[in-house]
Design a protein around this ligand. Sequence first.
Ligand code: ADP
Length: 529
Amino acid sequence: MTVSESSSDVAVEAVTKEHRTVRGLTGLVTQADEREQMTIEEPYTGDPIGAIPLCDAADVDLAVERAREAQQAWAERAPAERAEVLTRFRKLVLDRREKLMDIVQLETGKARRTAFEEIQVVAMTAGYYSHRAEQFLASEKRKGAIPGATETRVHHHPVGVAGLITPWNFPFELALSDALPALLAGNAVVINPAEQTSHVALYGKRLLEEAGLPADLFQVVTGHGPTIGEPLIKAVDYVGFTGSTATGRIVAEQAGKHLKKASLELGGKNPAIVFEDADFDRAIPGLINGAYSNTGQLCISIERIYVHESRYEEFVDRFVAATEDVELGATYDFGPDVGSLVSKEQLEKVVAHVADAKSRGATVHTGGEARPDVGPYFYEPTVLTDVELDMDLCCEETFGPVVAIYPFSDTEEAIAKANDTDYGLNGSVWTEDAEFGREVAQQIRAGTVNVNDAYGPTYASIDAPMGGMKDSGIGRRHGREGILKYTEAQTVAVQKGQGMAPPDGVPFWLYAKLTTGALRLMDKIPGLR
Ligand code: ADP
């Protein structure tokens, strides 16, 4: 097999809604024609929409090699110059939003409104980091070892090549939002997107290059994660993974084996607590969105709702009625609230969770059925009660439009139940007392907790870190943490005059005595510490 020249200049033209196909979206450093092809289907219909080459380890190595070469010159550019590319990219994303939403919907089967959220978050992320990169990446003065004599500074160097393994549920957002800070920090990026959503990653590459990103700096390697995941992890300097906890463990093991820095954003079984004083006019629509947005295929979506017993029945009745009003649909417009599940496998998992819960005594209040009349992988928004610990649906992530409601009698019990999970990604608290809400939120062991909303406020606060506690992950995206993780901190200290050793002629016992005295003085003068 020979690997061809980069084909990123091959004409890219794109998605046509009328014909529902993705054509000619290339950009791979591989001889795509020589690779086995995998057909990608439109979840709305099951019809083929395009094909991707299944790259192998040699393709990965070539992509990383090219990326590494391009990274040298990129890292020499000033952060402000790199930021200009992101500013242009942001504009292109907004200008091309219709085409982007078409491709996202075509590959995922999600509702268009959720596809728009991806555009929104990528634009916000590009805007945020392009304004802040200079500040975050600037070298910083730190307190020196000997006040006045040691000048210590910390520099933030790019790690080199970041390898990102990205999922199908928010394919544009999760591929690009993590790539943008990595690029701004002076790195190259090589992405292995989930097979089903490779075209949107390729379209992202095209937009970045149109915005002025040097060729080869952003590479997309399509193919199966289990085949090319490890070669990618081995070849890059940093691994960013978003996906299930099960696959995250494999990626973490491989990152450990090859001693690569890594961050992982994994699954969730996210709780909401609805207190007695909550405003149901806000809580019901907020949690409907929290449970069913992206057909529930959202790591931060709400799968468990705990409601104070005094208003439990009222909540269940209103939530079930609101669920029945949710509009399902397979259209490329903003009409439907909820779209399809992404695939047959995902549908089977949701069906199995609900069947298991039903067979063990759970009550299905509404939904609980697949909807082949709408599309092959559609499933009705579903509300359950009487869900017990022995049911798969109770503790495992369902990743579908399915939510269980439970009563609680006091705050302590609600917090304990919310925390009774191996996951710790997101949480939601509903109360009219914001101070109380904040106190409860801090007792939930999750990386983000929203008071009087489900997930939007924390996720869209791009200035604040986002990620998982416990089995929901390692590391954070967004904010200062989200860019500095793609850098190596280097401390450089310039020592003036006498260093950290006894001056000539001073015996060590005297040096030790004087130093001990100085250390004691530091305790008395806080400014010296
Ligand atoms: P799901 O099961 O919902 O598809 P995964 O966590 O398996 O979620 O997938 C997330 C990403 O991880 C996808 O891009 C997938 O291709 C990739 N992946 C799957 N298995 C592996 C693996 N063994 N090594 C590296 N990446 C993998």
